[in-house]
Ligand binder design. Sequence first.
Ligand SMILES: [Zn+2]
Length: 204
Amino acid sequence: MNELCWNCGTAAPSRFCANCKALQPPAHDFFAFFDMPLVLAIDVKDLEKRFYALSRQLHPDLFSRKPAREQEYALEASAVLNDAYRTLKDPVARALYVLKQEGFDIAEQGTKDVPPELLEEVFDLNMAIEELHDGDEDARSQLASARLRFERMRDEIDSAMQTSFAAWDVAHDRVKLDEIRSQLNRRKYITNLIARTDEANVSN
Ligand SMILES: [Zn+2]
């Protein structure tokens, strides 16, 4: 936010200037945009309410008779609104956003390095895919049960992440963010395995 209203010069305007009511340039930080504190364990219902309220306030039709500069801010704000909502409502996207804001490198991790505890699962999965490819229909049930196991692992990570989120919110401790980054990597690896079981079923 600017320190002075672009239109009338009043100090410290919020989203709309208290004096002249002009829309101000939007905050680009997603949490600031929604007037929310920086927390990972957000209340998604509350976020949704804020989203719909702001969608109404920022609707481009409301600005059609306003100065060009204000119309631009309205468009810019609508774009930030949609990005921010899409990102913050999804726990994985939200965590990646916070990691990036906090200076963590969130570049895609290679999926060639199998997490050691998954070596056996991945070996069995590769075998089943190969067998299915060779026409062994029994492999389908193996793939189906592997998929269920992967889904369960993903659900376990999701609940462990919720715990880490709540822990980070208390003290904003970087060690917790490191833990969350590992959870995200493991989750990504497992969702890739789920996708592989689906592809094998479709392509064979
Ligand atoms: Zn003003």
